[in-house]
Design a protein around this ligand. Sequence first.
Ligand code: PGA
Length: 250
Amino acid sequence: MQGRRPLIAGNWKMHKTPAEAREWCAGFRDRLPAVPPGVDVAVCPPFTALEAVSAALRGHPAWVAAQTISDQPSGPHTGEVSASMVFGCGARGSILGHSERRAMGETDAMVASRVRAALDAGLRPIICIGESLDEREGGVTSEILADQLMVAIGVVRANEVDRIVIAYEPIWAIGTGRMATPEMAQETIAAMRASAAPHLDANRLRILYGGSVTPASARELLVAPDIDGALVGGASLDPESFAMIIEAAG
Ligand code: PGA
């Protein structure tokens, strides 16, 4: 990892009411009152639970992040939520460009403008990048990933590299129980790091893996030299299994 701190981030997707979120936080704090030294942890609840989770995790080292933001600061955008609004609810980061949002029409350009809006508001973007099964089988994975990555980091200034996180999430591995092998994830992430190198200091760029990570698979994944942590969906909904993945990163 060459000095990069591992980050374990939990993506709750569209799960948990504020009351359920508070219950999760209580269980998580009991199970993991401190995180292993050198490990960063983020919890990404839906907008409606951001404030509850921020309050319930006050004083705990885990930081709170949203799952997306608008690229606009304010205005006539019914249903949208701005970076400063989630910041005001205690978020210090946001997942951006998750494949479930790209599938609804979010383009690389839209992701890039959200990345800029997040950075301008003091949020750390966790930018998701990934190929479909057809793209993997068609042998175009590295081009697809390099394209997505270039557009997203094109808006990032050289001195902001420590504030962004990339999450490599192969679409075919998300929610399927079919995790990429650690070898495949390592090889793909190393190639992504190499493709980022002309644009920023890629040795400082944190790149996570996401897609069907479980407590059982986390350790072998997280020992790979280029994999700087995990973005965890399903297994983050239970505080016990999320805590086990964090411990595996320690
Ligand atoms: P999963 O989701 O761990 O449930 O596969 C990961 C994600 O979508 O971020």
